[in-house]
Design a protein around this ligand. Structure first.
Ligand code: 9PG
Length: 738
């Protein structure tokens, strides 16, 4: 059987592990079994080889088929590895398993085996949206797309194993776990593609890695996939405004331009103006505008947005066409077909069936090129949100019988990327994750946010709801900055009322987790009517830092409660930790510094949203009255024996985004701290300083004007200031007379 040696590599020997290739020759189904690595087997002129490389801390493997026979074959699937699950030293009941969803909106979490199987709604519509193999019917296996990590619960002897594909451009691939955790299969779906004599086929590349910490394994896997797939990671996470979550498809040119005006009046650092779903007459006819809403055409609108200094973004769902579209009427042969030859429904868009385009058809690729070239050149679009991408990868009969669904999707994506050029930003949405790596710049990683915390009209983990959106923001955080920039979906900060049912704590949680995740930062409020008291939350989220927090208890809780951003600057080191109360009751939450990954030592603790200094700890801190759905954002900063900056309230990351310069000086009994804060717009906030025993503030100047400190607690002072683009804070401290 298999075992993990000293937390090291699993040892599989003899018949315990194998690879399988399932294919069809005529009507005959064959299963080729490969038990010996690196040794070819031949059958009817077809050569099969299971490549296997031992690597430091694991393995790398793939299967290759070379067809030198006479008769064409159809390949159904390649199991790159079937093996007993490695022993992790503890019984399977105590394991937790990462289950990655298929596409952007599919729920993702780590679940304990003892909690049973997570079951998603078994409706045909759900399966079509969220499961890559929706025709196969229900099964009782755990499946995780492209990658999984299995781990024992925390402890000294924690052992974890990652099984994951590091390439994803050839087949859709997943890891399946059967028999209560006893056996696993890493499978590449070849979709019955045709391999002609003379042809060949390779599976995706699988790695197996072991180590103590499951989160680090997942991060390292994402790094490896990024290298293998040449991921595009933008240097800065985009900011912007999106029309969807206020106007919901009823957005007019007037709404959009009024919001552009409001953004400029309020001096908000929101760059991209994203015109979401609703400007077009129907899915597929992207140049046929809804005349009531966009009477002057799109070019006038985009020109005005650009004249105001913004980039223009547009939403499309490029791989489908509604049944009432001209595209479908004129080109019925451009669509995927089912066995009866009828067009395949990709998805149902707000009640309207949309057929799935066949991205292996050259005319479809030409149409995609022309469409996106026009959007880029004539409309002047810089930012493309391409949605419902899974439609290109639904099962169906394709023009090119040698292309898998993953390849079809990738051909469609590549046509779009080539048409818009490397400088435009491409955001995937409703997208099967793997095949998008290397082509998109950004990726929606969760279900839609919503004016409601819990789903209102469909109760499952993929339904529109802020809680569902935030689950994936946290559980898919390891992908950010590695495979692309994560899009956590939009910020909503408007006041509670008709258009928003979130209470203040829930708004703060949305803003906190989105900001700590470091990805795209798009607001979707009607900014022409925004309350000043709410605008401040948006300002504290901007700009995005680009750095993501880590879900430290990802493998302990399906809804992780500790999302921690470690920060290191040449002038200091601190941690911003969101402790999330997902429950519906007020709680008392104790957080141990060792669970945050802090080196042992003494730390100042600051409660960001309550603006309260909680004192010094070398062990734990307790959040009393931790409200339902509240993310308590806590700063941990090492204590020091000299006066120092503690924090600022201008940004949730507390110094990472807004401090552009920090100078410290010490001469004899005097020390000075000089800070420059920089942030667009006008905002009020405070800066906090620690003043250790033996020191006192001698003089403080804000933008050259003397200001007296406010004593917040023993050894903690603060200064209030209005930051308008830039502010200078200069402090002199002196020794107290003993
Ligand atoms: C526009 C929207 C927004 C949003 C996208 C996508 O029917 N549904 O369940 C459903 C779910 C999500 C959804 C649309 C429909 O959202 O994620 O940001 O662009 O399309 O239609």
């Amino acid at each position: 059987m298999s075992r993990v040696v000293g937390g090291g590599t699993p040892v599989w020997s003899g018949p315990a592990r194998a690879a399988f290739v399932r294919y069809r020759m005529g009507q005959r189904v064959e299963v080729m079994e490969l038990r010996e690595p690196n040794k070819a087997r031949h059958l009817e002129g077809i050569r099969f080889i299971w490549r296997w490389q031992d690597e430091d801390g694991g393995y790398r493997m793939w299967v290759r088929i070379t067809h030198r026979g006479e008769e064409p074959i159809h390949v159904e699937a390649i199991d790159v590895l079937t093996a007993p699950v490695p022993h992790l030293g503890r019984p399977p009941q105590s394991w937790s398993i990462y289950q990655n969803g298929w596409q952007s909106w599919t729920p993702t979490f780590a679940r304990h085996l003892s909690n049973g199987l997570h079951t998603a709604p078994e409706t045909p519509a759900y399966r079509r949206w969220h499961q890559p193999h929706w025709e196969v019917g229900t099964d009782q296996e755990i499946s995780s797309e492209w990658v999984t990590v299995l781990t024992t619960t925390t402890g000294e002897d924690r052992a974890s194993v990652l099984v994951g594909f590091v390439s994803a451009d050839k087949q859709l691939a997943e890891i399946r776990i059967r028999q209560n955790g006893a056996e696993l299969t890493a499978r590449c779906y070849c979709d019955d593609i045709l391999v002609e004599p003379g042809g060949s086929l390779a599976s995706e590349t699988l790695v197996v890695r072991t180590g103590p910490d499951p989160l680090s394994l997942l991060e390292a896997w994402a790094d490896e996939m990024a290298t293998e797939m040449k991921a595009r990671v933008p240097t800065h996470s985009p900011t912007g405004w999106c029309s969807w979550y206020t106007f919901y498809g009823e957005n007019t040119a007037g709404n959009v331009l009024d919001n552009v005006q409001a953004i400029d009046d309020l001096d908000l650092p929101l760059n991209v103006i994203l015109i979401d779903d609703g400007y077009q007459t129907t899915i597929g006819d992207w140049f046929s505008l809804n005349e009531k809403r966009f009477p002057q055409g799109m070019e006038t609108v985009t020109r005005e947005i650009q004249a105001a200094g913004h980039q223009v973004g547009i939403w499309t769902a490029p791989f489908g066409a509604a049944e009432d579209s001209e595209l479908f009427r004129q080109h019925p042969h451009w669509f995927l077909q089912d066995e009866t030859g009828a067009p395949t429904v990709g998805w149902v868009h707000w009640g309207k069936p949309c057929y799935a385009l066949d991205c292996t058809h050259p005319e479809v690729l030409d149409w995609l090129s022309n469409t996106f070239r026009h959007l880029r050149r004539e409309w002047g679009i810089d930012f493309f949100k391409i949605d419902f991408l899974f439609a290109a990868a639904v099962p169906g009969r394709r023009h090119d019988a040698t292309a898998t669904r993953a390849q079809a999707l990738r051909r469609g994506l590549r046509a779009i990327r080539q048409a818009i050029g490397a400088s435009a930003f491409l955001l995937g949405c409703g997208a099967p994750l793997g095949p998008c790596v290397g082509i998109v710049d950004g990726m929606r990683i969760g279900p839609d946010v919503d004016p409601n915390w819990y789903p209102v009209w469909r109760h499952d983990l993929s339904a529109l709801s802020t809680q569902n959106a935030l689950r994936n923001v946290v559980t898919r955080a390891p992908l950010h900055g590695r495979l692309w920039a994560n899009d956590p979906d939009c910020l909503l900060v408007r006041q509670r009322g008709e258009n928003l049912d979130l209470v203040l704590n829930e708004v703060r949680t949305l803003v906190s987790l989105v900001t700590l995740s470091g990805g795209l930062s798009l607001d979707s409020d009607d900014l022409t009517a925004i309350d000043q008291g709410r605008l401040k939350y948006l300002r504290q989220a901007l700009p995005p830092t680009g750095l993501s927090a880590r879900p430290l208890d990802l493998f302990e809780h399906e809804l992780p409660g500790l999302f921690v951003l470690p920060v290191e600057r040449d002038w200091g080191r601190w941690w911003v930790a969101a402790a999330i109360n997902w429950g519906d009751r007020t709680a008392r939450t104790t957080i141990h510094t060792r669970d945050l990954g802090l080196p042992s030592g003494r730390y100042h603790v600051f409660h960001y949203w309550r603006r309260r200094y909680l004192g010094v700890t070398d062990d734990a801190v307790t959040v009393t009255r931790h409200q339902p759905h509240e993310a308590a954002v806590l700063l941990f900063k090492p204590t020091s024996d000299r006066p120092d900056l503690l924090t600022t309230t201008f940004h949730i990351c507390q110094g990472l985004a807004e401090i552009s310069s920090y100078q410290f000086g010490i001469i004899n009994a005097k020390s000075t701290v000089e800070l420059i804060l920089e942030k667009p717009g006008r905002q009020f906030g405070r800066v906090f300083f620690t003043v250790p025993a033996g020191w006192q503030v001698a003089e403080a100047q804000i933008d050259g004007r003397l200001q007296a400190p406010v004593v917040e607690a023993p050894h903690i002072v603060s200064f209030g200031l209005t930051l308008e683009d830039r502010a200078a804070v200069e402090l002199a401290f002196e020794r107290t007379a003993c």
